[in-house]
Design a protein. Structure first.
Lengths: 374, 335
């Protein structure tokens, strides 16, 4: 028998086994239907961790040593699907709303909030996304979220990650707390400039001010000097402060636009260490906005604290053929963690819906934050 | 005391009469809803004789009200009060179910319960951040952190929050974050707390003390209203009797009695009222049939693991089923 014949023969055997697996899965599902009603009558939650542990232990008893890992993953997946099925039954077959229906993108006089003063990178991102918008600088990221939630502004712009320094934790925490939706995103390349009052020479400078991120992103450049470094609330505020002070011993690090706005002279252009460094900004709104052209979905979910809990949730994305482009975790109270993930696809796609619903059934809480063009 | 004004009395004369009553240190308010124009007098009227007013030209008659509660009583306020909290309304024909865990335990717990109960038709989310427990060794709640988690759940689901206040120290936090402030059964006669909470002018859920009469409950409501809020929800949550099969005896007769004596909305708590999850549904349905304006029910995603009152909490699936039955009972008793 040559290899082709072997493959053909083995595949035929696999098809038979798969057919049996499908039959068995369906048989198990009909048993699930019977238990759902009884569990409700006895006030037993759908997720019964003690019982799940029993099933796993039972399966491991008959599993061969070399397949233990595969068997556990397989059984857990089947149980995840069973929980999904029970939930669906007990809530009268009503499917969870993954994301409320979209509203039309806002039109007319748009007010867009960002954090910082004119000249801040957040303003650059806002200008990029809403060139016609009326931009409003806010003191903190939280103020931006509150303004959006209270409908004081149409949209808010906040940074979510930097290609070098990673996630902006505060934004993730605010996404967790406020019911805001992500409706868009953009990348801004932070080409930092060194600026000071006109006529200043590099040798006059004694102290440099900027946002901690700004100082961090120019750390290599600053290492070669002996300047004192002072942290400010944002880069534009640093430029503003230097301009108001009017002394040649001070310099600020920020955008070229900040230098122009506050009447400072750019002494050195683009001093960012990593020239490809960029910051990803998201647009937040109080209602979701999406259409068929969107190809990115952001979610947040919480899992229980046991081995394999995260894996079980992620498994459903694999099963749905959904590519995860990013995953981030944030601590919550009680030593628990909350996860954020970005996935490729549209919320209306069948595989995305199925993957998310199944994932939701196998974790404590899952929420879709938005669907937008990537 | 109630003063019935003659139909031809001028507004000016009525105003003068009201001023002279207020000068005696009494509270005077218009009674709306009756045929004749009437004024209600609250305060210490023990030394004031109705005859003093009967002699006035514009007064038809004056008589003393037997009940010690005036502002909470129906005589002064024949129309039903509708309590509004965020998107929810209770009373005067508006029915609302409040649901949620006994205590807020974690972010995932409160968010998943909130999402589920909203789907099943609950209008408000309950959750204890500060818990009064019979034992000093029991779980006493997450405190202000618990309020933060409730706020997050409100932001995500839109459900207004009901939470219990235990101490005057937290008045500021509750004034800002909580939509309906609950005064628990054990604090029903904490009069200084009642006065302070009343001053916040926010909706209050007042639970009946475990050995309080309905008159005492209404007197506590009187404290709240006199303090400054007219948004009070009365709650029957079971009283102590000789029966040991249930945690308390849910006094269903309290519902029609309170609704007869008072204009305030009346709700029932079958969870604390019975103490057993399997009694929650039958007593919830009975309370609705008895005319309750709403229910408050403990729902927990994992009752057997709840840090507080697990034995009387129901799962979101059981709650979903209960809500369907509640709607059927409401339909059945519709006039």
């Amino acid at each position: 028998m040559d290899n082709h014949e072997i493959i053909q023969k083995v595949r035929a055997g696999m098809d038979t086994v798969d057919g049996r697996l499908v039959e068995l899965l369906q048989e198990r599902m009909t048993l699930v239907d019977q238990i759902a009603e009884a569990k409700r009558a006895e006030n037993i939650p759908i997720a019964d961790e003690a019982r799940e542990q029993q099933i796993i232990e039972g399966a491991l008893k008959i599993a061969k040593d070399e397949y233990r890992g595969e068997v556990v993953t397989f059984i857990r997946t089947v149980m995840g699907l069973s929980k999904f099925r029970q939930r669906k039954l007990l809530f009268d077959g009503v499917e969870e709303v993954l994301l409320p229906p979209p509203r039309k993108p806002q039109e007319g006089n748009l007010v867009v909030a960002y954090q910082g003063l004119p000249g801040a990178w957040g303003e650059q991102a806002a200008l990029k996304l809403f060139p016609e918008g009326e931009l409003k600088g806010m003191k903190t990221f939280k103020d931006v979220f509150v303004a959006v939630k209270d409908k004081e502004v149409s949209y808010g712009i906040v940074p979510i990650e930097n290609s070098k320094t990673g996630a902006i934790g505060e934004t993730y925490d605010l996404l967790r707390k406020y019911g805001c939706f992500i409706v868009g995103q953009t990348y801004v390349q932070a080409a930092h400039c060194l600026m000071a009052v006109p006529g200043t020479k590099i040798s006059d400078i004694r102290e440099v001010l900027s946002h901690p991120e700004g100082l961090h992103q120019c750390a290599g450049y600053l290492k070669r000097r002996t300047w004192d470094l002072t942290e400010c609330r944002n880069t534009a505020a640093a430029a503003n402060w230097v301009a108001e002070k009017g002394e040649k011993r001070y310099a600020a690090i920020g955008s070229r636009r900040a230098a122009e706005l506050y009447g400072l002279e750019v002494l050195e252009d683009n001093i960012t260490d990593d020239q490809s460094n960029s910051t990803r900004f998201i647009t937040i709104a109080d209602e979701p906005e999406y259409d068929s052209s969107c190809d990115m979905v952001s979610i947040t979910f919480r899992t229980s604290h046991r081995s394999g809990a995260l894996c079980e949730v992620l498994f459903h994305f694999m099963a749905g053929g959904i590519n995860l482009t990013r995953i981030e975790s944030r601590p919550m109270i009680g030593d628990k963690y909350c996860f954020f993930a970005d996935l490729e696809g549209n919320i209306e796609d069948d595989n995305v819906q199925r993957g998310l619903r199944h994932a939701a059934a196998s974790c404590g809480y899952l929420e879709v934050l938005g669907c937008y063009p990537g | 005391m109630i003063i019935v004004i003659k139909p031809d009395a001028s507004e000016e004369a009525i105003e003068q009469l009201k001023n002279s009553i207020q000068d005696q240190g009494l509270i005077v308010q218009d009674i709306k809803g009756g045929n004749a124009r009437m004024l209600g007098l609250a305060g210490d009227v023990s030394n004031v004789s109705p005859d003093t007013f009967s002699r006035s030209d514009i007064v038809e008659s004056a008589f003393k009200v037997r009940e010690p509660y005036k502002l909470a009583g129906r005589r002064f306020h024949p129309e039903d009060t509708v309590v509004s909290a965020g998107t929810a309304k209770i009373g005067g024909g508006h029915f609302a179910v409040i649901a949620g865990p006994c205590s807020v335990e974690s972010e995932d717990q409160i968010l998943s319960v909130a999402k589920d109960i909203a789907k099943s038709g609950a209008k408000l989310l309950r959750g204890g951040a500060f818990k009064p427990r019979s034992s000093p060794y029991s779980f006493h709640g997450l405190g202000l952190e618990g309020l933060e988690l409730l706020k997050a759940a409100k932001q995500k689901t839109g459900l207004p929050i009901v939470s219990e206040i235990l101490s005057q120290n937290h008045l500021d936090a509750f004034a800002e974050d909580v939509d309906v402030i609950q005064i628990g059964a054990r604090n029903m006669q904490n009069f200084s707390l009642l006065v302070e909470v009343g001053k916040l002018k926010k909706p209050v859920l007042l639970k009946r003390g475990l050995s309080s009469t309905l008159e005492e409950l209404l007197m506590s409501a009187e404290y709240l209203i006199k303090g400054g809020t007219d948004q009070v929800i009365l709650c029957e949550r079971g009283i102590r009797t000789f029966e040991t099969a249930t945690r308390n005896t849910l006094d269903l007769s309290a519902i029609p009695v309170l609704k007869q004596k008072s204009h305030l909305p009346v709700i029932a708590d079958p969870s604390h009222g019975t103490g057993h999850w399997h009694l929650v549904e039958p007593l919830a349905l009975a309370a609705v049939a008895a005319g309750a304006d709403g229910l408050i029910i403990e729902v927990h995603n994992m009752p057997h693991k709840a840090l507080c009152d697990g034995q009387q909490s129901i799962t979101p699936e059981v709650f979903h089923h209960l809500m369907k039955k509640v709607n059927r009972v409401r339909e059945a008793i519709k006039e």
